[in-house]
Design a protein around this ligand. Structure first.
Ligand code: G3P
Length: 218
């Protein structure tokens, strides 16, 4: 199970990298906007900074919605750094672009996936990752984790190489449920990753161990 952090915030990326368990980063135009990163030059520089902080894959999303624009952007993004994975929305032009980029040896992350049919097309086009948005499904009274389970089962049955990257994770329990559903990757906010550490018995146990040590050792 790989852990990505879902943010464009450099401080949070550094903090997660410092834990030593980070496998990559996912961004999207909304996350870049949240950090106030605007203009092509600044966006490109920001991706480069992220690649310098982490060792793993860094998803960078295209803005174009037609094939020619998507592949031009994708090739430009991929040339920035070997860690870049080109993020492409699961629309008709996007599937064509994923196929094209895959044939060129460029890795892709098929995003905005909300159904197993979309995930099937992403895998057939050769996407490196498929990103089902589980939190947004939950927001719409649909079980997001169940979609992860269905896609994992389909990919295993048909032996697709595409990795299931659970996205739109909102909290720690989402991570646990995605592990149980067999996701290859979870991309999470830092708070959800840190939430995995929380247990009152750990805190109480540590307090007692230290108190007992200091009783004898001052
Ligand atoms: O990984 C996709 C993610 O950034 C979307 O999350 O919380 O906006 O649905 P959210």
């Amino acid at each position: 199970m790989k852990f990505f952090i879902d943010t464009a915030n450099l401080e949070q990326i550094k903090e997660a990298q410092g834990l030593g368990v980070l496998d990559g980063v996912t961004t999207n135009p909304s996350l870049m906007a949240k950090e106030g990163i605007k203009g092509e030059k600044n966006i490109i520089e920001h991706y480069k900074k992220i690649c310098e902080i982490v060792d793993g894959d860094v998803s960078a999303e295209v803005i174009s919605t037609e094939f020619e624009g998507m592949i031009a952007e994708g090739e430009k993004l991929a040339a920035l750094h070997p860690q870049i994975v080109v993020k492409v929305p699961v629309i008709k032009e996007g599937i064509k672009a994923i196929k094209y980029l895959t044939d060129k040896g460029i890795r892709t992350n098929c995003t905005l996936v909300f159904s197993s049919g979309q995930a099937l097309l992403a895998a057939k086009a050769g996407a490196t990752y498929v990103s089902p948005f589980i939190g947004r499904l939950d927001d719409n009274s649909t079980d997001g984790v169940e979609l992860i389970r269905q896609i994992v089962e389909m990919y295993n049955y048909y032996e697709f190489d595409t990795q299931v990257l659970a996205a739109s994770i909102r909290h720690t329990m989402h991570i646990i449920k995605c592990v149980e559903a067999g996701a290859d990757v979870a991309t999470c906010p830092l708070s959800a990753i840190l939430g995995l550490l929380k247990h009152p018995l750990t805190d109480l146990g540590l307090e007692k161990f230290l108190a007992d040590y200091h009783k004898l050792n001052g």
